[in-house]
Design a protein around this ligand. Structure first.
Ligand SMILES: [Zn+2]
Length: 110
């Protein structure tokens, strides 16, 4: 079950971890570039994929569909950061461009 309070707390925790205060606007692209060991790539991923996240003990990789609008790329990067930091279900996520709800895990990332 989706717990919005818990998700909000996770968002605050991540902001703190990355050196941001609770409410200021963030440049999520420069923030992500500061994450140790993260490879961030922008690539045309086609009509259906918004982003991808791959992670294990050695790899942290986020790919964002570079053909989407700037605003949508920001959203997708935040979404993929959820997978990177909080998603325990899988080490490999390919995320749909569709905004209509999907799995619980994808809803949490949104
Ligand atoms: Zn996702």
């Amino acid at each position: 079950m989706l717990d919005k309070l818990d998700l909000s707390t996770k968002a605050q925790e991540l902001r703190e971890l990355l050196g941001e205060d609770a409410n200021s606007p963030v440049d999520i692209f420069s923030l992500a570039n500061q994450i140790d060991g993260l490879t961030l790539v922008f690539y045309p991923l086609g009509e259906n994929i918004s982003g991808m996240c791959v992670r294990d003990n050695e790899i942290k990789l986020i790919a964002i569909n570079s053909t989407m609008s700037y605003g949508r790329q920001r959203f997708s990067l935040a979404h993929e950061l959820y997978h990177l930091y909080f998603d325990d279900e899988s080490g490999f996520n390919v995320c749909s461009k569709r905004l209509d709800p999907k799995s619980e895990n994808e809803k949490c990332a949104d």
